[in-house]
Design a protein around this ligand. Structure first.
Ligand SMILES: [Zn+2]
Length: 107
């Protein structure tokens, strides 16, 4: 079972207290975008094997959305951070690179 630290309330929440929200850091496109941009925003996901950045909701806790860096192969959680960021924190990226030197950000 996944145990993920909520960066807002500090609770180490089991996955049954959380709701997965899909890929983090999506660029949003609205009504003025092209059909192709809007379609990609709605349906296209990286679905990466390895390090992935995801949205999580602390549903049975503080009720806030946050982001988590997780390995989709080993299920290791590298860290969590507030959802109001457009990119993962640099400190988290360097920690992941230290643990997984073969990982290339954005691959
Ligand atoms: Zn929380």
């Amino acid at each position: 079972m996944l145990v993920i630290l909520c960066p807002y309330c500090g609770v180490e929440a089991e996955e049954t207290e959380l709701t997965a929200g899909g890929e983090a850091h999506l660029e949003r496109f609205g009504p003025s975008s092209s059909d192709s941009e809007f379609e990609n925003y709605l349906f296209m996901r990286k679905n990466e094997k390895g390090i992935t950045f995801e949205r999580w909701h602390h549903t049975y806790g503080c009720g806030k959305w946050f982001h988590a860096a997780r390995c989709s192969m080993t299920m290791e959680i590298f860290g969590t951070y507030p959802a109001q960021t457009s990119k993962p924190p640099k400190k988290l990226i360097s920690m992941i690179k230290k643990k997984r030197p073969e990982w290339g950000e954005g691959k």
